[in-house]
Ligand binder design. Structure first.
Ligand code: CIZ
Ligand code: SF4
Length: 348
C-alpha cells in the first residue's frame, strides 16, 4: 500500500507528463485530497460547461458523481474521453427516477391533464431522464436558474412535471407565488398522486429527494433560533420546504459560496449543505464563524467515493493507455438530452 505522499507524487507526475491532454474538473462536494489537484472547481453545470469549452483535453477525469460525468460526456467532443474514477459514485436522487417509472407517470399524467404539461428535470438526473424531457419539449434546470426555467416553462404550458427533486421544485414554485395547494406530489413507487390532483394544479412534484440535504431539519433551525439568534441560516434549496422557509437565505452552491465570501468578518453562519463544502468554507474563512446547520455534519457518501487511491488508479490507467470507467452516453440518448440542456442555455 502506497503512502499519501507517494500517491500525491504520482498525480503530479502524471499531470505534468500528460499536460493539456488531461483535464480534471472537481465538484465543490469533493474531498480535499482530490480537489487539490483539480484544474477547475465548480457546481455540476459549471463543470460540464468548462469541460465542453475545453477542446484540447483528450481525457476529462471527472471528480464528481455519475450524472455530472454523463453531462460532461454529452457536451464534450467525440474525441474526448470522460472518466469517472469510481463507478460507485452515483447519486441517490438521480436514481429516484428511472425510465419505466417516468413513462408510466407521463402516460397517467397526460390521461389526467391532456396536453397541458411540460416536463422539467433538475440536472441531478440520469441522461435517460434528460433525454425523455428533451423529447417531450422540456428542459433541464439547475438550482441557480430554477426560477427562470419555471417561468419559461409556464409560458409554454399550464403545468410542470418537475423531476426528480420535489424540494427544489416546491421551493422554487413557492417563491414564484404558487400556493402549496396548487402543487401535488407524484409517487413513482405507487404510480399515484399524493394529495389533491385538482384541475388547477400547476406543479406536479416527483417524489424524490437528496438524502444529504434532507438531514437538515426544522429542529436544527429552531435550536439555533433559541440559542443563537444572531447566527444567520443559509441553506441549499434541496432542503425541505419547512427548513428553507425558516432559514434566512437559500440558494445554489454558487450562491452559498458567494454569500460567505461577501459576508463581513465576525459574522456568524449556519450552513445547510454538503459537509466537504461546509468544511472548506470554514477553513477558507477563518475570520467568520461558520458551523454546519446539522452538528452531525452531512457528507455525500457517493461524492466521497472519489478518493485519492481511486483517482490515482484512474490516472495511471490513462498513463498506460488503458483508460477505465469511461462514461459514454448512448448517441440517441445524448442527442435528446442535449436538446433539454440547450433549451436551458437558451433561456437563462
Ligand atoms: O446537491 C448537489 O449534488 C448539487 C448542488 C449539485 C450541483 O452542483 O448542482
Ligand atoms: Fe446526489 Fe444529494 Fe449527493 Fe448531490 S448531495 S450528489 S443530490 S445525493
Amino acid at each position: 500500500k502506497r503512502s499519501t505522499l507517494e500517491l500525491e507524487a504520482r498525480v503530479n507526475e502524471i499531470k505534468s507528463k500528460l499536460g493539456k491532454r488531461l483535464f480534471i474538473p472537481g465538484h465543490h462536494y469533493q474531498k480535499d485530497e482530490v480537489i487539490q489537484f483539480s484544474d477547475a472547481t465548480g457546481d455540476s453545470l459549471q463543470l460540464a460547461q468548462i469541460s465542453a469549452a475545453n477542446q484540447e483535453a483528450e481525457y476529462v477525469v471527472f471528480c464528481g458523481v455519475h450524472f455530472m460525468a454523463e453531462t460532461a460526456d454529452i457536451l464534450t467532443g467525440e474525441n474526448q474521453t470522460v472518466v469517472l474514477p469510481d463507478m460507485r459514485a452515483g447519486c441517490s436522487m438521480a436514481d429516484m427516477a428511472n425510465m419505466e417509472q417516468t413513462e408510466r407517470a407521463w402516460g397517467k399524467l397526460v390521461e389526467r391533464y391532456g396536453d397541458t404539461i411540460i416536463p422539467l428535470t433538475y440536472v441531478n438526473s440520469t441522461a435517460e431522464i434528460k433525454a425523455f424531457v428533451g423529447k417531450n419539449g422540456g428542459a433541464t434546470v439547475t438550482s441557480s436558474n430554477a426560477e427562470k426555467m419555471l417561468k419559461w416553462a409556464f409560458r409554454q404550458k399550464k403545468r410542470i412535471l418537475f423531476l426528480p427533486d420535489q424540494h427544489l421544485g416546491r421551493n422554487t414554485a413557492f417563491d414564484l407565488g404558487i400556493p402549496l395547494s396548487d402543487m401535488v406530489v407524484w409517487n413513482p413507487r405507487t404510480d399515484e398522486f399524493e394529495g389533491d390532483a385538482h384541475d388547477d394544479v400547476k406543479m406536479i412534484l416527483w417524489k424524490g429527494h437528496c438524502s444529504v440535504h434532507e438531514n437538515f431539519r426544522l429542529e436544527h433551525v429552531e435550536d439555533l433560533r433559541a440559542n443563537e439568534p444572531d447566527r444567520k441560516i443559509l441553506v441549499h434549496p434541496e432542503c425541505t420546504h419547512d427548513v428553507v422557509r425558516a432559514s434566512d437565505l437559500d440558494g445554489s452552491t454558487k450562491y452559498i459560496i458567494e454569500t460567505i465570501e461577501q459576508a463581513p468578518a465576525g459574522s456568524k453562519w449556519a450552513i445547510g449543505t454538503e459537509m466537504n463544502l461546509v468544511n472548506r468554507l470554514i477553513d477558507s474563512h477563518p475570520d467568520k464563524d461558520i458551523v454546519s446547520l446539522n452538528p452531525e455534519m452531512c457528507p455525500c457518501l457517493t461524492m466521497n467515493r472519489i478518493d485519492l487511491p481511486h483517482f490515482v488508479w484512474a490516472l495511471e490507467q490513462i498513463e498506460k493507455g488503458q483508460p477505465v470507467n469511461e462514461i459514454r452516453v448512448d448517441a440517441a440518448i445524448a442527442k435528446d438530452a442535449k436538446l433539454a440542456i440547450e433549451r436551458m442555455f437558451e433561456n437563462v
